[in-house]
Design a protein. Structure first.
Length: 330
């Protein structure tokens, strides 16, 4: 695959390094990191960028854009973000499914090399840029950005490949004359990563954790964190992440989620989500019918007690449905 560090292919038995937590830089006056961060802040705040949709490694500009502004200065536009529609969502699914055939067959060592490289890039050359994007786009302080966008995401990428290595090392016990073995395969289909507004590190972690395990991903960033998330995506591209393994799809949450949640190729816990929605809807419908029946057969005074008893159950079920829906459409 284009851009993939093929030299790893002869190193399938290479030992994945034991990770250490990334040190938090101080940014006190006179330090190199303070100077670099101030330069990055000045650079990013002085220009507007266009953030494209990236599907199968190709940048797509739909012309339907939404402005990304500084939360602390709404008049300052940082970027114009192209919005995906149904056509782009379908293309992202196709790109993820196509990339899965090669990516899922790569060894863990080969896949890990990409994310360890991304961690090193973020720890060095891209650190100031990702932190500055987080400060401007999410109104964080230098310290808040450092512990989130830099240190935590670096740790995610380094520790995740380490934990994946430990998972792969877990093998069943074999008895005499029998050799049992567990083969860890990436999920067929694709994973849908819906990332939140508040933590850049989680934005970078949710689409990449399944990718480390051989899955391919459609990444829908939160509209209010798309600025920093796009910079993180560029780090992954420079690290050699093959086209289509993670597809960057900003756009309307409901439109994208309704299309993807209903796609038969979607893998992961979504089957459980669909089941929970059905289970929750049935008792809600039944409770509504029961209340109507009670009103039809008894006076209003007699039905008050029944309604009070049902109210708590309805509230609990509605809360569960709301939480489940948030997993699919946030």
């Amino acid at each position: 695959m284009e851009g993939f560090p093929g030299y790893i292919s002869q190193m399938n038995s290479a030992k994945i390094p034991t990770p250490l937590n990334e040190p938090v830089l101080s940014y006190v006056p006179g330090t190199r990191e303070r100077t670099e961060l101030k330069q990055a802040l000045q650079d990013l705040s002085s220009r507007q960028i266009e953030i494209p949709i990236v599907i199968g490694g190709k940048e797509i500009r739909t012309g339907r854009t939404v402005d990304t502004v500084m939360p602390h200065d709404h008049g300052h536009i940082l970027a114009r973000v192209h919005q995906a529609g149904t056509e782009e969502v379908q293309a992202a699914v196709a790109a993820a499914r196509d990339a899965w055939h090669d990516w899922s067959r790569r060894s863990l060592t080969e896949r890990a090399a990409v994310f360890l490289k991304a961690a090193d890039l973020l720890a060095t050359r891209w650190r100031a840029m990702v932190n500055a994007a987080t400060m401007l786009g999410q109104s964080k302080t230098a310290f808040q950005a450092e512990i989130d966008a830099a240190c935590e995401l670096i740790d995610f990428w380094r520790f995740n490949v380490h934990y994946a290595d430990r998972i792969h090392a877990e093998q069943p016990i074999s008895s005499a004359g029998i050799w049992n073995a567990m083969d860890y395969r990436g999920l067929e289909g694709f994973v849908y990563a819906i990332t939140p507004f508040n933590f850049t590190s989680i934005g970078g972690n949710l689409p990449t954790a399944p990718a480390i395990m051989g899955c391919t991903v459609v990444w829908k960033p939160a509209a209010t964190a798309v600025y920093s998330n796009y910079v993180v995506f560029r780090v992954l591209q420079e690290a050699g992440l093959p086209a289509g393994v993670v597809n960057f799809v900003p756009g309307p949450a409901t439109l994208i989620s309704e299309r993807l949640v209903g796609d038969r190729h979607l893998d992961g816990p979504i089957g459980w989500i669909r089941q929970q929605l059905r289970l929750v809807q049935r008792p809600l419908d039944a409770l509504g019918q029961l209340q109507l029946l009670a009103l039809g057969r008894h006076g209003l005074g007699e039905v008050h007690q029944l309604r009070d008893e049902l109210a708590e159950a309805v509230a609990l079920l509605e809360d569960l449905r709301r939480r489940v829906l948030l997993l699919g459409v946030r």
